[in-house]
Write a protein that binds this ligand. Structure first.
Ligand code: SF4
Length: 324
């Protein structure tokens, strides 16, 4: 089995508001990523998935917990990570339109990270590398002298991928990388990301609200609810035997293409209520107000994660004794 390059333990990120309230955006999250694998992190809007991304790349400092990257805990040194660590963990944002500077040519945008992380490169070498990066993501080298506005949405997102590759990363955080794109373009970008992963041995944390997308993209899936992981499993196991009531609710509502897939889906569970505010997290299990299986203990005690089968863990009182 490939080595773990990232181990996140009891990660917390809270934000204090001016009125004294606290936003519990990420609360006791644990996950691992191995070399060359894709972990799909799935959650509704407001579940804290982008906050996790920003903490992992050092844009936010963690409130608590550990982020162990290749043996070093980097949770509390966001701005002070080594250049090597910064270069090796890169992020691709959802909207390439706002993440690329419209006043810079693509060449300039691609050279910017090289100027910081690869100071030994001459100007000619940087120009050549910028063009090579474009070709690596399937775009013509001539795009280097265009501005972002001259490109389509999918092309701009591939430029963002090329820019992330400029520092030779090991781990890429893909924060909803296709959700701002037309459906026809999404498949091309995902296919290129998959090719790059095999060619370069990259690890991906693929963040999305689209659970169905994970079936063919992720090796493992983790479900996030109100800043907490409620279930993690290898992808095949996850889609065949979803355990957590929230996961079952999500899976029961995703569209499927074939009768075989329909037969594997849990019976339709009507979603009740909205995701509560992370300022006012319910006591005990954060899902208890929406859960059809709620028991008295759920309102009182926060459930712990239990591993039910190899790699398949769930955080729910229904499985508290490892029962299944
Ligand atoms: Fe439902 Fe209780 Fe499980 Fe929470 S712990 S998901 S409320 S059964």
């Amino acid at each position: 089995m490939a080595e773990k390059i990232l181990e996140v333990r009891h990660l917390k990120k809270y934000f204090s508001l001016r009125n004294g309230l606290i936003v519990y955006a990420v609360d006791d999250v644990g996950l691992d990523i191995r070399a060359g694998e894709t972990l799909g992190l799935v959650g509704e809007s407001g579940s804290g998935k982008s906050t996790i991304a920003y903490v992992l790349v050092g844009m936010y400092e963690a409130t608590g917990g550990e982020i162990v990257y290749r043996g070093d805990n980097i949770a509390h040194n966001g701005l002070y990570r080594t250049m090597k660590q910064k270069g090796e963990i890169q992020i691709v944002f959802q909207d390439p339109g706002s993440s690329l500077n419209p006043k810079r040519t693509i060449r300039k945008s691609l050279k910017a990270p090289m100027a910081v992380h690869d100071r030994g490169l001459s100007r000619n070498q940087m120009n050549k590398r910028a063009e090579d990066l474009l070709e690596e993501v399937g775009l013509p080298a001539e795009f280097a002298d265009k501005y972002p506005r001259a490109l389509g949405g999918g092309e701009r997102q591939l430029v963002s991928v090329a820019r992330a590759l400029a520092t030779r990363p090991s781990l890429m955080i893909l924060d909803e990388p296709t959700s701002a794109l037309d459906v026809s373009v999404q498949a091309k970008v995902i296919s290129k990301l998959t090719d790059l992963q095999s060619e370069l041995g990259l690890s991906y944390l693929f963040i999305t609200h689209d659970l169905s997308l994970m079936r063919n993209v992720a090796d493992r899936v983790a479900i996030l609810y109100l800043g907490r992981i409620c279930e993690q499993a290898p992808t095949a196991d996850f889609f065949e035997k979803p355990l957590h009531p929230y996961t079952q609710m999500l899976l029961s509502s995703i569209p499927v293409a074939t009768r075989e897939e329909e037969a594997l889906k849990p019976a339709r569970i009507v979603s009740s209520g909205e995701i509560p505010s992370p300022v006012n997290v319910p006591s005990g299990c954060a899902f208890h107000q929406r859960c059809r299986d709620m028991m008295p203990v759920c309102e009182r005690d926060r459930p712990l994660m239990s591993e039910i089968s190899p790699g398949h863990a769930v955080c729910c009182h229904l499985y508290a004794n490892g029962s299944f």
